[in-house]
Design a protein around this ligand. Structure first.
Ligand SMILES: NC(=O)C1=CN([C@@H]2O[C@H](COP(=O)(O)OP(=O)(O)OC[C@H]3O[C@@H](n4cnc5c(N)ncnc54)[C@H](O)[C@@H]3O)[C@@H](O)[C@H]2O)C=CC1
Ligand SMILES: O=C(O)[C@@H](O)C(=O)[C@H](O)[C@@H](O)CO
Length: 315
């Protein structure tokens, strides 16, 4: 099986910069393309800051940082960014029209056999590539990373039977070689696996806040020191086995009629959007962060995740 060489990441935002950083840390030449120069600049600054914290916490050697940065180029021209690339992943905004247009551009610009992946959170692969020729569609997949991409181990691979096994195996080897934990999603279901689970949890959390069941701090603490604490080392199906499937069945019958079955995002989120309380990026969401503390708070969040990484390294 031939390993993947040059990698191109399209979209240098929240996810794209971390994906590019991850591949560069693991020795790959990476082109990080974005049409907006300011985004390319912000991406490089974010990568440098994150590499500094990885070095400070011993995850990488500080002496390697110049070489890692040297493996990342940030072209502003799409054709140049994708030339000779063997694996391309897009992390552009979650907008089906944008993604369809980008895949059409990639079909025009890329050599046959180039693997094209989407980091989409919720859109269907087929919706993005339906207009592409059959041969190009057979090289398309979803490759869904979690935020922050350079720290969260999970990457969900999903081709829905669309790709040759050899190509899927090459991507799997690429990601595992970059320290990621991959799973294969077998059905064309929007949101894949972990996002569907996560949205189910978030739906109930927002419903509990709306109902005034507990404070925001306590609801987050309940998750952090309860189920999420267990989930860090033990999956839900194992937990059901350990707790007793009969118990999980009985409790399910009692509680499922009681919990939220909302079929749309909570109005609580819409009210906060209307108040421009978008979270850390506007200084307030469910919690208040004050002005100009985004970098400090993000660094603390990453430091917590790095400690968590150390804990699961032995798993
Ligand atoms: N933010 C998150 O927590 C996660 C997001 N995702 C998915 O990753 C994708 C990207 O999300 P984010 O990184 O959060 O978005 P973002 O808004 O932070 O970054 C998107 C980047 O794409 C660039 N861009 C816009 N139009 C473009 C185009 N036509 N061609 C190339 N670049 C373009 C923008 O300049 C921006 O830098 C979305 O599909 C999202 O659903 C997946 C996992 C987590
Ligand atoms: O949480 C993540 O990192 C990913 O699962 C995402 O796709 C987005 O954050 C999404 O879950 C937001 O709803």
């Amino acid at each position: 099986m031939t390993s993947i060489g040059t990698i191109t990441v399209i979209g240098a935002g929240t996810m794209g910069h971390g994906i590019a950083e991850t591949f560069a840390i693991h020795g790959h030449e990476v082109r990080l393309y974005d049409p907006f120069p300011d985004m390319r600049g912000k991406a490089r600054a974010a990568i440098e800051a994150e590499l500094g914290l990885l070095a400070e916490t011993g995850r990488i050697d500080a002496a390697d940082i110049p070489a890692i940065l040297g493996r990342i180029t940030c072209p502003g021209d799409l054709a140049a960014a994708v030339a000779e690339a063997e694996f391309i992943i897009e992390a552009i905004p979650e907008d089906i029209a944008l993604k369809r247009a980008l895949f059409a551009d990639l079909d025009r610009l890329c050599t046959p056999g180039t693997i094209l992946a989407s980091n989409t959170s919720s859109l269907g692969l087929d919706d993005m590539i339906a207009e592409l020729p059959e041969g190009r569609r057979a090289c398309c997949m979803v490759c869904h990373w979690y935020n922050p991409a350079h720290l969260v181990p999970l990457v969900e691979l999903s081709d829905f039977g669309n790709m040759a096994e050899t190509d899927l195996a090459r991507v799997e080897a690429l990601l595992r070689g970059a320290g990621k934990k991959t799973i294969r999603v077998l059905k064309d279901i929007p949101g894949l696996i972990a996002n569907r689970i996560q949205q189910g949890i978030a739906r109930e959390v927002f419903a509990l806040i709306e109902a005034g069941a507990a404070s925001a701090e306590d609801i987050d603490a309940a998750l952090k020191y309860g189920p999420a604490f267990r989930y860090a080392t033990t999956g839900q199906l194992e937990i059901a086995d350990f707790g007793g499937i009969d118990i999980w069945c009985a409790v399910g019958d009692n509680l499922l009629p009681e919990i939220s079955a909302a079929q749309a995002a909570s109005d609580l989120l819409r009210r906060k959007i209307a108040e421009n309380k978008l979270g850390l990026k506007t200084g307030e969401g469910f919690f208040s962060y004050g002005e100009g503390r985004s970098a400090e708070i993000t660094r603390d969040f990453h430091r917590r995740l790095i400690r968590q990484l150390a804990a699961i390294d032995d798993n």
